[in-house]
Write a protein of this length. Structure first.
Length: 367
């Protein structure tokens, strides 16, 4: 196997594919990426057995086709260290991958391509297409609410719900919930739910460049595959039942607060400085025309600020995790944010005033 490629052409697909590879692996070959040179194309594959990413790039010159696996991080670090306009020559010599560029020469250990595992495929059940920008927006608007290492493994990911003409993303960590809806070309009568693991969602988001270029999602019984330009992304699905998110969304709220999103975000940020570092709680006191935000910590330090809001109704005292509030206000695009409350013990429903497709639920804290 021998080929020549420019650093500029190689660096982006190499970084994306190497990002899938876990640093600590029980199988040595999983620390490697699979390189296959054929015709005028080089394909790079990385996997951790849960997520697989294949990137393809045009070669400047191919003199000998072949396939081999090489250490992902070392190859990436070598390529990053070379000058921007470098031409890189790679050749397999015995058990080594010899990399030459200018006066530099590197020799990397290899493992046989036959040892590299494939993420097994499953029969296709559904295919849909939508603009990359819309899928990226769905992930951005909901992904921050995914759990990270919850024992309820089905929360460590994102629910994708496909129904007629729409794709909905839902994420929750048990303390907050985010849901967002986008139009999609879906066959009539379709109803389908899958849970994509957290790592799969994060790697897919890295791939999406935005814009109107389409991404094609192929959903199987146990896998989801996304075709994005020169990349093919595959992820196993989480085998579990996601909570009924519709039951979590409060329906009986009759107290509505409207406020300037940026102003509220800045107030929460200032007050959070003196909140308890572990619990991050802030107390909100809502009265006619005003919202008072307060926090304190075990060092007996306190912060307090009052901001004018559009609210008429009885006084309410309610506590929230300030990080959850700031996360939602950071991701909304509306100038005006709408809070809907029932009482001091019920979850808050948060929405952008002019964005009916995204909804956020935040559970209260005892203060």
């Amino acid at each position: 196997m021998r080929f020549v490629i420019t650093r500029e052409a190689l660096i982006k697909p190499l970084q994306l594919v190497a990002g899938v590879v876990e640093r600590r692996q029980t199988l040595p070959v999983l620390s490697n990426i699979l390189m296959v040179a054929e015709g005028d194309q080089l394909s790079l594959t990385g996997t951790d057995l849960e997520v697989e990413l294949v990137g393809r790039v045009q070669l400047d010159e191919l003199t000998q086709a072949g396939s081999v696996t090489v250490p992902a991080r070392k190859l990436m670090d070598i390529c990053k260290s070379l000058a921007d306009d470098s031409r890189i020559e790679m050749e397999v010599v015995g058990q080594k991958m010899v990399i030459k560029s200018g006066r530099s020469k590197f020799s990397l250990s290899t493992l046989a391509a036959s040892e590299f595992p494939n993420v097994e495929d499953s029969p296709q059940t559904l295919e849909l297409s939508l603009p990359q920008a819309e899928l990226r927006q769905l992930i951005d608007k909901t992904g921050f609410s995914m759990a990270q290492q919850d024992v309820r493994y089905y929360l460590n990911g994102m629910l994708l719900e496909v129904s007629e003409d729409s794709l909905r993303a839902v994420a929750t960590d048990g303390h907050r919930l985010a849901t967002s809806l986008s139009d999609a070309e879906v066959p009539a009568g379709t109803q389908h739910q899958i849970i994509v693991p957290r790592k799969g969602i994060l790697e897919l988001a890295r791939l999406l460049q935005g814009g109107d270029a389409a991404v094609t999602l192929v959903i199987g019984a146990s896998h989801i595959r996304a075709n994005v330009g020169d990349y093919t992304f595959t992820s196993k699905l989480v085998d579990g039942k996601f909570p009924d998110y519709q039951r979590v969304i409060p329906k009986n709220g009759d107290k509505i607060l409207l406020g300037d999103r940026q102003e509220l975000r800045q107030v929460f940020h200032r007050i959070s400085i003196l909140s308890n570092e572990k619990y991050r709680g802030v107390r909100l006191t809502l009265s006619d025309g005003y919202l008072q935000v307060m926090a304190n910590n075990p060092e007996q330090e306190e912060a307090e600020e009052t901001v004018a809001v559009d609210y008429e109704g009885p006084t309410i005292d309610i506590g929230f995790n300030v990080n959850y509030l700031m996360d939602v206000l950071s991701i909304l695009h509306s100038d005006v944010v709408k809070f809907t409350l029932a009482d001091a013990n019920s979850s808050a429903l948060v929405e952008g005033f002019d964005d009916p497709n995204s909804t956020y639920v935040i559970m209260p804290m005892r203060m």
